[in-house]
Design a protein around this ligand. Structure first.
Ligand code: ATP
Length: 274
């Protein structure tokens, strides 16, 4: 049994029943990282939100999402609340909207730690500073005492990553976690994620195959709510079967780069930046 087993997941919205996700199936083992790529509107975020139990009420979800053998479709909100942050966490694209603008960063991170682990209550400040250090924040004390708007975009995303990982969740969902960042910061955050998510089950959603390749050995390609291709990412880059994947790879020129080499998109930006 895999840690996460999604079968025939279908999501419709509104009275008209507009299809956003169309009978998709995939699974993720412990310590496995799966990328989901596809263009805007293909259903990637809706898939991640369905797993996280964060879809709006007017979403109709059918099929099955089993996590550790437990069915999540139809799980009551109070049960989901216990799961979120503790067993499953999510890193969003825009850290400013995911952070509370009225609360100092250290306190927010501290609340996450305290929420699920009462035993940490006495040493929360230490835990918070520890985590800020782990995600590469150079001055943890100062950042812990700052409000989100006083941080750079990269620092905010680092703080959010710390919040997502602080309770050692078994599964981390990432939804375009670097898209809102400038290219140099994107590079740093990708390195951080590749490092921090190495041993953690991950579903990493992005429109950018080059970004997914940095973190995930396996990828599913989504088009119009369906998974059209899935497998080892290097194999798919070398020999894409679906015309959509072929187009995606041709436009990214990703097949010209050996694994581990800088990706063309990133390398080009470096050159432009001097
Ligand atoms: N809350 C909602 N209400 C109604 N329709 C929605 C809602 N959220 C998403 N959709 C629709 O579901 C479809 C899939 O959207 P989704 O956000 O999953 O795409 P995506 O692949 O993540 O794209 P992007 O990268 O732009 O976020 C789209 O047609 C979108 O309009």
């Amino acid at each position: 049994m895999s840690l996460l087993e999604v079968s025939d997941l279908t999501v419709r919205f509104g009275r008209s029943g507009t299809l956003a996700v169309d009978s998709i199936s995939f699974s993720v083992d412990s310590e496995e990282r799966l990328g989901i790529i596809g263009q805007s509107g293909s259903g990637k975020s809706v898939t991640a939100l369905a797993i996280m139990g964060l879809l709006p009420e007017h979403a109709q979800v059918t099929g099955s999402i089993r996590f550790n053998g437990r069915e999540l479709v139809g799980l009551p909100e109070r049960d989901y609340r216990r799961l979120r942050g503790d067993e499953i966490s999510m890193i969003f694209q825009e850290p400013m909207t995911a952070l509370d603008p009225t609360m100092r960063v250290g306190r927010q991170l501290g609340e996450v730690v305290a929420l699920h682990h009462e035993e940490h209550r006495g040493s929360i400040r230490g835990e918070v500073l520890d985590w800020l250090g782990k995600v590469g924040i150079a001055e943890p004390e100062r950042i812990a005492d700052s409000y989100p708007h006083e941080l750079s975009g990269g620092q905010r995303q680092r703080a959010l990553i710390a919040m997502a990982l602080a309770n050692h969740p078994e599964l981390v969902l990432c939804d375009e976690p670097t898209t809102a960042l400038d290219v140099l910061v994107q590079r740093q955050i990708l390195n951080l994620l590749a490092d921090q998510l190495r041993d953690r089950a991950t579903v990493f959603v992005s429109h950018d195959l080059a970004v997914v390749r940095e973190v995930c050995p396996r990828v599913a390609v989504m088009l119009d709510g369906r998974i059209v291709e899935e497998g080892d990412i290097e194999q798919i880059i070398a020999d894409p079967r679906h015309p959509y994947t072929q187009g995606l790879i041709a436009s990214a020129r990703i097949d010209r780069v050996a694994p581990g080499e800088p990706l063309p998109s990133v390398a080009d930006y470096y050159r432009e930046d001097g």
